[in-house]
Design a protein around this ligand. Structure first.
Ligand code: SAH
Length: 392
């Protein structure tokens, strides 16, 4: 594991110990607005409308997030636009790398002191950003580190988009060795339940997929929204007619166990949630991804594999098995490899396409379900902030 120096991205870097303030939404940012709204905002500041496109080209086209680097703007204009449209939303507290530099986790402090994390993962053929949609999470899944902290607040559209633009900039700098320099995929598998922050997540998806300079120009198919299974929001997503990939965190094929592992199941049952997922697949023609964290002696029995196989047989679905990442203080552990292999074998025998997810970022607590910035104590955070100052 490598602790990377925190590089200041704007003049208003933290100069004090992070303090916990009342959670509040951040100021407006360019990435909250579509191009038409940016033009209106720029005009409201007494600037010609073309500045909206100029700013957008810097931010979305060239991945420049700091107005000071936009040297083709007259300095007075630059200061005004920076204050009004490019406020600092994310302040890096700590960056860590592992997997020989192919995985990097960034811990961010938001304007109100809330902490969230993003992970960048490089592969030979692609680079993926794993982003947070909320600070904390209200879904309370007992095996998930973020689920243990409760919800602090929703992230704004720009707080979500800015994580991706930052990570795209890291990729473009060639920092992810052995991977292409272009960030191509985004997964909403960081902190939070994306469908519980529905309008902002959808707006962020639109911003990420609109061609530059209005947006980042990613393909909708390369964006994955992962959910615990909030059925009404899944149905709303079907109506959006987007072609993003839907991942459903199932983790158990029976209501008895799922009620415990994914407490929202007490409201929307396995049959109902799978129906919504299958309808999404039918509407979009895109295979849904069924996420299943294998937990030793909890959900890894052969009969559960067979039941899952029966539920998914003949459906447009793929099972993504995740070896459980034990979280601190948890009584649960990953399933032994032979048990995992038997689970895979049974699913495949039932005709269900199944893969086991690789476990990136474990060493830096950056793997699935391990993002738990809120667990940082005040003392710990102060230490980190002090380090960050030294690094400057
Ligand atoms: N709230 C969303 C997205 C966040 S987590 C959701 O639940 O889908 C992304 C995935 O990591 C989910 O499938 C989640 O269930 C899984 N996950 C959470 N904690 C985990 C852990 N400790 N080990 C393995 N996977 C975990």
């Amino acid at each position: 594991m490598t602790i990377l120096p925190v590089i200041p991205t704007s003049p208003d870097q933290p100069d004090a110990v992070p303090t916990r303030r009342r959670p509040s939404m951040p100021p407006r940012h360019l990435a909250d607005l579509d191009l038409a709204a940016r033009k209106t905002a720029v005009a409201g500041l007494g600037e010609p409308a073309f500045r909206a496109k100029q700013l957008s080209t810097h931010y979305f086209g060239r991945l420049v997030r700091d107005a000071a680097a936009m040297t083709d703007l007259p300095s007075a204009t630059r200061d005004k636009l920076a204050t009004e449209l490019l406020p600092t939303l994310l302040t890096p507290v700590r960056e860590q790398a592992c997997d020989d530099g192919a995985t990097r986790k960034t811990l961010w402090r938001l304007h109100d002191g809330a902490l969230v994390e993003s992970v960048l993962m490089g592969y030979p053929d692609r680079v993926t950003a794993c982003v947070s949609s909320q600070a904390g999470c209200g879904m309370a899944c007992p095996f998930c580190a973020t689920g243990q902290q409760g919800l602090t607040r929703n992230l704004s559209v720009a707080e979500i988009v800015d994580q991706v633009v930052y990570l795209a900039g890291v990729a473009a700098s060639g920092a992810v060795t052995g991977s292409p320099p272009r960030l191509s995929r985004v997964v909403f598998m960081g902190m939070g339940e994306p469908l519980a922050n529905y309008p902002r997540v959808i707006e962020a998806v639109r911003r990420l997929t609109t061609p530059a300079p209005e947006g980042l120009g990613l393909s909708q198919r390369h964006i994955t929204v992962s959910t615990v299974g909030l059925v009404p929001a899944m149905r709303r997503l079907i109506a959006e007619q987007l072609s993003v990939t839907l991942a459903l965190s199932l983790h158990a094929p029976d209501d008895d166990l799922r009620d415990e592992l994914v407490p929202v199941n007490q409201r929307w049952k396995v049959a109902e949630v799978l129906d919504a997922a299958f309808d999404y697949a039918a509407q979009t023609g895109r295979r849904v991804s069924i996420e299943y964290a294998l937990i030793r002696d909890v959900n890894d029995q052969p009969w559960r594999a067979d039941l899952l196989g029966r539920l998914l047989h003949g459906k447009l679905a793929h099972v993504n098995l995740i070896p459980l990442n034990p979280t601190p203080g948890s009584k649960w552990d990953a399933s032994p490899k032979p048990v995992e292999r038997e689970f895979v074998r049974r699913l495949r025998e039932a005709g269900v396409s199944t893969t086991v997810r690789d476990t990136r970022g474990r060493e830096i607590d950056g793997a699935c379900g391990q993002l738990a910035a809120g667990e940082l104590t005040q003392a710990g955070a102060a230490g980190v902030a002090a380090d960050a100052e030294v690094a400057q």
